[in-house]
Design a protein around this ligand. Structure first.
Ligand SMILES: [Fe+2]
Ligand SMILES: [Fe+2]
Length: 188
């Protein structure tokens, strides 16, 4: 039993060392020497997440505006709700970049080329729903890969992405439900 306790405590750094490390290199802010990720690479990957989410905000907002016809009020409301959620994701990734000492890139120039998803081209309601479903399915796979990449090297970024991923799966499910409900209706 005593051996097991000793074994476990071997993984823990003593408080004195922790205090000394916390006081050293205050310029590094939230980035501790125990950070096992590559800060520059993490920031670069998160810049792409920011761009991806921003493009998703713009696409959903454009769809919400153009779908706001008599038959599409509830769909427009759903698009609007998703736009707000994507905006939240964008802010989470941007704040994480800031925590790691970077500056989030919100520059509209080159935005589309930094994003994994596409802005889309609108069209009728079913086409809009399909464009959103494609984008959601894309980010689900992309974020699953990023989560595997960050693993235990950067648990904070990984947990943030896990939260975003759960939302994206909800979004995809919502778009799929809308597609089932609306596909093939003659008035669309
Ligand atoms: Fe998102
Ligand atoms: Fe989404």
């Amino acid at each position: 039993m005593a051996g097991k306790v000793e074994e476990r405590s071997a993984f823990l750094t003593d408080v004195k060392t922790l205090r000394a490390r916390a006081r050293k290199s205050l310029d590094d802010g939230a980035v501790m020497p125990s950070y096992h990720g590559d800060v520059a690479k993490t920031i670069e990957l998160l810049q792409n997440v920011v761009a991806t989410e921003l493009v998703c905000v713009l696409r959903y907002q454009m769809h919400a505006i153009t779908a706001d016809g008599i038959t599409s009020k509830s769909v427009a409301a759903e698009f609007e709700e998703h736009a707000a959620s994507e905006h939240e994701h964008m802010m989470m990734a941007a704040n994480r970049i800031d925590q790691l000492g970077g500056v989030p890139n919100l520059n509209p120039e080159g935005l589309a080329s930094r994003a994994a998803t596409e802005y889309g081209n609108g069209g009728n309601l079913v086409e809009m729903i399909k464009q959103n479903l494609v984008a959601e399915r894309l980010v689900i796979e992309h974020y699953q890969e990023l989560i595997r990449y960050f693993d235990d090297h950067d648990p904070t970024t990984r947990i943030m992405l896990e939260h975003i991923l759960a939302d994206e799966e909800d979004h995809a499910s919502d778009m799929h439900d809308l597609l089932v409900a609306h596909e093939g209706r003659p008035f669309l």
